[in-house]
Structure formats: C-alpha cells, structure tokens
Write a protein that binds this ligand. Structure first.
Ligand SMILES: Cc1cc2nc3c(=O)[nH]c(=O)nc-3n(C[C@H](O)[C@H](O)[C@H](O)COP(=O)(O)OP(=O)(O)OC[C@H]3O[C@@H](n4cnc5c(N)ncnc54)[C@H](O)[C@@H]3O)c2cc1C
Length: 355
C-alpha cells in the first residue's frame, strides 16, 4: 500500500474529526475502522452538550433537545439542574464526521483492523480484504477507543474502565430531562434514562470489581420504570461497552509521530462517562497539529497538541478521578445509601466542586 501522511486508526468521533481536519489541510489521509459500518452498532446513551450541536447539523442526527437533569439520591430526594444538550442518532453523528473527512479528501476503509505498528519504522500492519498489508505513515492518530491496539503495540498500559449495559425501550410520555440515579446499587457508576422522542435509552455503568453483574440491576430499574408507566416492557435493543475512568494517559504522544485522541487518550469524564465532546475536540486539534507539523513545518506542533489537551482537560479529569477514588471506600457499605456521599460524588451538586 502507498504510504500516507496521516493514518487514523479508529473512525469514531475522534478519528472522524481528526481525518477531516488533517485532510482539510491538504494532507493525504487514510482512516481505518474494524467495524463493517461506521458508528454501528451504537454503544452510547447518545447525549451531547449544547455546543457540540454544530457537529450534528446533518439530516436526522439530532433527535430531540434536552434541557435539564434530575439527579435522584438514595433517599428519593431529587435535584433538578440545567443540562442543555441534544439527543442524537449516534451512528449518524459518527457517519457525518466520516463523510466530512471523505469530502475533504480522506480515504476511509471499514472492516480494516490495525494488527500492530512498528513505531520506529513508522509502519502499520492492517488486516483488510482478507489479507494483511503494511502501510507507511508520517503521523499516526490513535483514535481506537478504550482498548487501544496502538497503545498495546507500544507496550503502554491498558486503561482502567467501567462497564455499561443499556436497553432502548418505548418512552410513554414526552420527556425533556435526563434522569440520573445515584445509588449503592450501581457501585462505581450510576444509572440513566436519556429520552429520544418516543424512545428512551436506559442504562447503567458499574465498576465490576465492586459488583460483577450489570443485568440484574438494569432489569430491576427497567421493571420499576415499567411499573411507573414511564417506559414499555419490550426491550427494543441492547448495547453496552467500556468507558475509560482513569483519566488522561501519562503521555498523549509517542516520539515517532503518534498522538492519542478521544477515549484512547483517556479523555472521557471518569464520573459522567461523557466522552463525545473531548473525542471530537481532541480529534480536530490533532488533525490541525498534523497540518501544522507536516505542511507548516512546525516541529513542536504535536507537543503543543498534548499541552493544549492538558490545559483544557487535566484539572477536570483529575478532580473526577479523585472523586472516584474517594467514592470507592463507600461502595458495598451502608454509607453508599447516604445522600451526602452521592452529593459529593456527582457533578450536579455544589459539594462535588468543593475541596
Ligand atoms: C454505553 C455507553 C454510553 C455512553 N454515552 C455517552 C453519552 O451519552 N455522551 C457522551 O458524550 N459519551 C458517552 N459515552 C462515551 C462515548 O461513547 C465515548 O467517549 C466516545 O465514543 C469516544 O469516541 P472515540 O472516537 O474516542 O472512540 P470510539 O467511539 O470508541 O471509536 C473507536 C473506534 O476505533 C475502532 N477500533 C478499535 N480498535 C481498532 C483496531 N484495532 N483497528 C481498527 N479500528 C479499531 C472501533 O471500531 C471504533 O469505531 C458512552 C459510552 C458507552 C459505552
């Protein structure tokens, strides 16, 4: 295969955004994803905050507006807070970013899996069309999610993750809020309902080292919501996946022109699990850094990328990691039923932001 300026591994929101930005700057860009179709199957609750709506303008991407968040504490007390954003069709969102990358000139391949990289030689081995190929690159963007094969190839440590399980069900009434349940039943995570028109994504994240089973608590929540007449009994689809919760990697770049973006970089919020905004923004910024370096000759462009990400996200991620560690002492104890513990552990409460 002909060498490329930029090889983007993974075409989720981070990779799609990186490929679009690098190709817009005139670089030859190849993007690969092991999935057969970009964005599918969806592994997401499909919420994005308001400002990210500018990346969701294609037909059919936005499904409904969300205005608030109701956070339910163990006692039953509810905190209502502003939480403006959009519910999206996540597959279409990812596909729109990829389409933009193609319009800008990037070549994208699906069913194309990175096997390994030789970072010293700047080559990648890719499994595509039933055979293994070697491809040279000048820069590689690791956008391959929580279990990054690029990181494994470099001998970097695996990211700490929380696992999730989610059902899509009928929503019996129009809903403008997202519901969040904080409880000792969801150690290391929380449960959610995100409304999308006549449907809802209900799910939960749990740290499996505290409680291995996700099905039983999600089924219990589902039954409760059915009894309340809020959602339908039939499970229309099931999904799940891993969410990085250990905060930003120690380094976001490897010496030989490799940068990490999105989940692969550990940019996902360790308390909320929200990662689409950081994925898109880090992808765009990495694509721009590629152009600054490979077109503009700015040799420190990749260091600048890493510094920008640290300036933007490190303090927020560190607070969230610290809160996770603090919360961990209470899981599977009586204190996990204490509202005060959850008020300090969830972003909707002022206590979360206190020292
Ligand atoms: C159940 C669930 C609900 C969530 N809900 C929300 C939410 O509502 N809002 C929010 O902001 N965030 C949410 N998140 C987090 C969000 O989905 C991620 O932060 C986001 O997808 C990160 O984007 P990314 O591009 O970095 O990685 P990904 O979206 O994971 O994309 C990585 C891509 O790399 C590909 N890949 C992996 N390995 C290889 C390989 N070896 N070769 C080729 N391709 C490879 C994968 O197929 C995948 O397409 C949720 C996560 C889960 C699991």
């Amino acid at each position: 295969m002909n060498p490329v300026d930029v090889l983007v591994v993974g075409l989720g929101p981070a990779g799609g955004a990186a490929a679009a930005a690098a190709a817009a700057g005139g670089l030859s860009v190849m993007g690969i994803d092991r999935r057969e179709q970009i964005g599918l199957p969806v592994q997401c609750a499909e919420f994005i905050p308001l400002p990210l709506g500018s990346y969701a303008q294609d037909d059919g991407v936005i499904l409904q507006a969300v205005s608030g968040m109701k956070s339910y504490l163990p006692s039953g007390a509810v905190e209502q807070s502003a939480f403006p954003g959009w519910m999206i069709d996540r597959a279409k969102f990812d596909q729109a970013l990829a389409t933009q990358a193609q319009r800008n000139g990037a070549r994208l391949h699906t069913s194309a899996r990175l096997v390994a990289i030789d970072s010293a030689q700047r080559t990648a081995r890719i499994h595509l069309d039933g055979a293994e190929h070697s491809i040279g690159y000048r820069m590689l963007v690791a956008a391959d999610g929580p279990h990054s094969q690029v990181a494994t190839s470099l001998g970097w440590p695996a990211l700490q993750v929380v696992y999730t399980r989610q059902y899509t069900v009928e929503l019996k009434q129009r809903y403008a809020d997202t519901d969040i349940w904080l409880s000792g039943d969801y150690p290391g995570g929380y449960a959610w309902l995100f409304p999308k028109g006549g449907l809802a994504n209900i799910g939960l994240g749990i740290d499996k080292s505290h409680a291995p089973d996700l099905k039983q608590p999600l089924d219990a929540l589902h039954r409760q919501l059915v009894r309340q007449g809020l959602v339908g009994e039939t499970i229309l689809s099931r999904t799940g996946g891993a969410i990085p919760v250990g905060g930003m990697r120690e380094r976001l770049m490897a010496g030989e022109g490799i940068v990490f973006v999105g989940d692969a970089a550990g940019l996902t919020h360790p308390i909320t699990g929200g990662g689409i905004p950081a994925a898109v923004l880090s992808g765009v910024r990495a694509g721009e850094a590629a152009v600054d370096w490979l077109v503009g000759g700015r040799t420190d462009a990749l260091e600048d990328y890493e510094q920008d990400m640290r300036d933007q996200y490190e303090a927020t991620l560190q607070r969230a990691v610290a809160r996770r560690q603090w919360l961990a002492q209470f899981w599977n104890t009586d204190a996990a039923r204490d509202d005060a513990v959850h008020r300090r552990g969830w972003i909707a409460f002022p206590e979360y932001f206190e020292q």
